[in-house]
Write a protein that binds this ligand. Structure first.
Ligand code: PHB
Length: 405
């Protein structure tokens, strides 16, 4: 995959994208009125995402598609040119205050985009949430807290809460006739929250977990855990891993001889963007997620073709989230005619967002600032995550503890 480089977007893609995105002509000839006085500095977008380690693929997919969406808009937001300042989060929670302050305090970014990792999201929300912080759009990290107790008027999410893609999977496992599962995940916020959601809904449908295994993040030493699972002999296993760790886990699971005897389930991150690398080990795995490669809508077909053309790689849920982050920025900045100081109006537009043209299908913003969206049942066939049905329609996160909801 090419890196997050706007030059990686081919000219042909830009033309195709511009032609396809209806409002382009109007936008490029648009003369901002509110902001015309006093000159126009570029709109500065600060990005804090992982570009190294187990989640590097996620960070690159998000960044590529965010830039693709803005390039389709003539490289502009509200009639102004755009400048990006990106920092590698290194998936480090301890480095988060320094990284966030670099973008907000030193670079004085107009918008903050990030992160992928739930622990980092919680740390960022504590720093920027409130009147003084810039508008932050989370293009992945699912921490339930960020749209729960840590929710704030200036924090929005274009992705999911950890509860959302995990909860419906509990019912899927029960419907497949399973009664006893083992759960296994990385022992940090995202893994723990997804495990709890999947397990709770499984329990509501009569099942139970006989063992919950937590692996330190981002370790990929699974052998001892796989032996334990073989000994426990559950009906099924529910797992959250993602990126490089998901490739290793799914391959190790098959190599340990478990695949044919104890079916593997999980939130769709388990096979998302990595199913080709997992090869035969991924075939047949059922997951639940707010996206599938073959969703039959025009926006998805156009997006996948444009992404492939630009980056010579297949789009995935992470790129969809980056793309939709771009769409949110475009609609908000159009509404204020490029005036980044109009915070109240920007927030109002984002709160009213209705993404009718998203590759994942239409979604709206909840009161807690999290997508209300369909969660699909998918299954890997010939290396592709194919949609098998809707596991939960227009699913809204409970947003427990959020005072805005
Ligand atoms: C998270 O830490 O919130 C996270 C990371 C990777 C995923 C999903 C959630 O695929």
């Amino acid at each position: 995959m090419k890196k997050h480089n706007p030059n990686g977007i081919s000219r042909r893609t830009l033309l195709t994208g511009a032609a396809a995105a209806g409002g382009i002509a109007a936008v490029s000839s648009f003369i901002p009125t509110r902001f015309a006085i006093g000159g126009q500095h570029k709109v500065k977008i600060g990005i804090l995402l992982p570009y190294s380690g187990t989640y590097a693929m996620l960070g690159n997919s998000i960044t590529n598609a965010l830039k693709l969406r803005i390039e389709e808009n003539g490289g502009m937001l509200g009639g102004r040119e755009v400048e990006y300042v990106a920092i590698d989060s290194e998936m480090s929670v301890p480095k988060t205050p320094t990284n966030t302050n670099k973008l907000v305090g030193k670079e004085k970014v107009d918008f903050l985009i990030g992160p992928v990792h739930s622990g980092i999201a919680q740390a960022m929300a504590k720093i920027v949430g409130g009147d003084q912080g810039p508008i932050m759009i989370v293009p992945n990290a699912g921490s339930n807290l960020v749209t729960g107790p840590l929710c704030a008027p200036n924090i929005f999410r274009a992705s999911f809460s950890n509860w959302q893609p995990a909860w419906p999977c509990g019912e899927v496992m029960a419907n497949d006739g399973h009664k006893k599962i083992v759960t296994i995940t990385w022992g940090y916020a995202a893994g723990k929250q997804m495990m709890a959601a999947g397990r709770d809904n499984f329990a509501e449908h009569g099942g139970s977990s006989i063992k919950d295994i937590l692996v330190p993040f981002p370790d990929v030493e699974f052998q001892a855990h796989l032996s334990e699972i073989a000994n426990l002999d559950p009906d099924a296993v529910f797992a959250f891993f993602s990126g490089g760790g998901a490739v290793k886990f799914v391959k190790d699971y098959a190599a340990a001889g478990l695949k044919d005897n104890i079916p593997l389930y999980g939130p769709g991150f388990l096979t998302e963007g990595v199913s080709k690398a997992q090869g035969a080990a991924a075939e047949g795995i059922k997951t639940t997620l707010h996206y599938a490669a073959n969703l039959d809508n025009a926006a998805n077909k156009r997006f996948r073709a444009a992404y492939k053309e630009a980056f010579d790689a297949d789009a995935n849920v992470f790129s969809v989230q980056g793309y939709d982050t771009g769409s949110l920025l475009i609609s908000a900045m159009d509404a204020v005619e490029g005036d980044t100081g109009a915070t109240g109006d920007l927030i109002q537009t984002l709160e009213a967002a209705q993404l009718t043209d998203s590759p994942r299908g239409a979604w709206t913003m909840s009161k807690a600032h999290n997508p209300i969206q369909d969660i699909y049942l998918r299954q890997v066939e010939n290396g592709v995550n194919l949609v098998k049905g809707v596991a939960a329609a227009a699913l809204e996160d409970p947003a427990a503890g959020c005072k805005m909801a």
